[in-house]
Design a protein around this ligand. Structure first.
Ligand code: SF4
Length: 465
């Protein structure tokens, strides 16, 4: 039986983390056999999906406000199907339908593979559906081979789902389920497939990649990386996220051994105060964290270390917050993502006393950001005069186009390109035009760049090759 519902348009609004970016790719692939192709024009869409994030209250509000703005589209085109997917959908389930009468479908994080049937049923019967059923393990047909568009140089590959850590501020175990890993063979097949479609760099995704395959008795994460390193045609490997308590020596040594593994690790510390780390249920101390950083740097001196910080966790005293600032200085991160703590449904910290006021939380956030900005600038400045290998990911944004949508380039100066170093720093450079086929000229190539200038969020350089 042909599944095609005719030529249709699918609009997906992706919010949140890389996991959702990957899931959106899966959604598009699942919908393609039904005749759906992606659109960026809401007015042309036959199905609109908002792929939501529940990690912070603000992200959840954003999802509901986007859904609210879709009402006029539904009024204009009653056959339009509006769906909410992702973590907020999983968390709120039936409540979404009562709150948003124009929403037709709520599908949870484990329901993506059932999406085509759900959409077909709604199109045929105009019913409203909630599917938030969760499975305890990954099924063999849960993931389709990853999708790469013709311009994708770097992409994500999900290697596991869910989390068993239950940090007290986090909703992930509740909305993504218990930890479960994909088989190594499936992951390698997906990466080979992506490389065959032009991908040069993959980022392996999981909430805690360090515990990859433990439950299932697969190989260790370091052994999986070894297999990925052997994939022909792949240039670079990254991964995220690592829980500091599970960062093994075997994995740290992989940074020295594996040729394609980029010297960058995202290692969320969350706080520099042991009492706060205990209340967060992180199961490491600030000392243990610093020891792991020291070991990483002794194994791979040029490794870039980035992290996450939560400010204003319930009960966080001035002294505890100062310990976080101190740790930031001690470690000297290459970059930081800092967040204000917000209560999340189902997370134990909701019930914790001594909540910190909004003004104080904002003040603490600003202190962290200011501190890190100085450090990042210094780290970037230290790279001026060095030669960096970058993987070119395409033309820099904000370029000018003429009336015929051709790039406006000065033949002498060239056009601006960008790429990333192994340490994940963005580098811009100019390259004189050689032919009309701009995008195919350099995209996906590894280039040697002499760094000439450091900015706060990127570097500027001159190509040597
Ligand atoms: S490790 Fe903690 S913060 Fe990370 S996903 Fe699991 S529960 Fe959430």
């Amino acid at each position: 039986m042909r599944e095609d519902m005719g030529q249709k348009k699918l609009f997906v609004n992706t919010m949140g983390c890389q996991m959702n970016v990957y899931d959106t790719g899966q959604i598009q692939q699942r919908m393609a056999p039904l005749g759906f192709e992606p659109t960026e024009d809401l007015a042309k869409a036959d199905v609109i999906i908002v792929n939501t994030c529940a990690i912070r209250a603000k992200a959840e509000q954003k999802a509901f406000s986007f859904l609210g703005r879709l009402l006029p589209y539904k009024e204009q085109k009653p056959e339009l199907i509006i769906a909410m997917g992702g973590c907020v959908a999983q968390q709120e389930g039936h409540k979404v339908l009562s709150r948003m009468p124009h929403v037709d479908l709520v599908f949870g994080t484990h329901a993506i593979r059932r999406l085509p049937q759900l959409i077909q049923k709604i199109a045929a019967t105009r019913c409203r559906i909630v599917d938030v059923e969760m499975a305890s393990a990954i099924a063999s047909d849960d993931f389709m081979l990853g999708h790469a568009s013709s311009s994708d140089v770097a992409t994500f590959v999900t290697i596991m789902r869910g989390c068993d850590n239950y940090c007290t501020y986090c909703v992930v175990p509740h909305v993504r389920g218990r930890e479960s890993s994909r088989t190594p063979d499936e992951i390698i097949s997906e990466i080979e497939h992506l490389v065959a479609h032009g991908v040069r760099e993959v980022t392996l995704l999981g909430q805690n990649v360090n515990s990859y395959g433990k439950k299932e008795g697969f190989c260790s994460f370091a052994q999986l990386l070894e297999r990925v390193d052997r994939v022909n045609g792949l240039a670079r490997i990254r991964f995220t996220t690592s829980h500091p308590k599970d960062l093994s020596e075997e994995l740290m040594l992989a940074f020295d051994r594996l040729e394609k593994l980029c010297p960058h690790i995202h290692l969320p510390v969350q706080s520099g105060a042991d009492a706060v780390l205990r209340r967060m249920n992180r199961r490491y101390t600030s000392r243990q964290y610093r020891d792991k950083v020291a070991m990483l740097r002794s194994i791979r001196p040029d490794i870039a270390i980035t992290s996450d910080i939560i400010v204003g966790f319930p009960g966080e005293t001035e002294e505890e917050f100062s310990a976080t600032l101190h740790l930031i200085d001690q470690v000297g991160f290459d970059g930081l993502f800092a967040f204000i703590y917000s209560d999340r449904p189902n997370a134990p910290a909701v019930r914790f006393d001594n909540k910190i006021g909004e003004t104080e939380k904002k003040k603490r956030l600003q202190s962290v950001l200011n501190r890190q900005e100085i450090l990042t600038q210094k780290k970037n400045e230290a790279l001026t005069g060095s030669i960096q290998q970058i993987l070119v990911d395409g033309l820099s944004k904000h370029l000018s186009y003429d009336a015929d949508e051709r790039l406006v380039a000065d033949a002498l100066e060239g056009v601006q390109w960008s790429g990333r170093t192994g340490t994940n720093k963005i580098v811009h450079f100019m390259q004189a035009p050689q032919n009309d086929d701009w995008n195919q000229m350099l995209t996906g190539r590894i280039m040697q760049i002499m760094i000439e200038k450091a900015m706060s969020h990127s570097l500027w350089g001159r190509p040597l090759s």
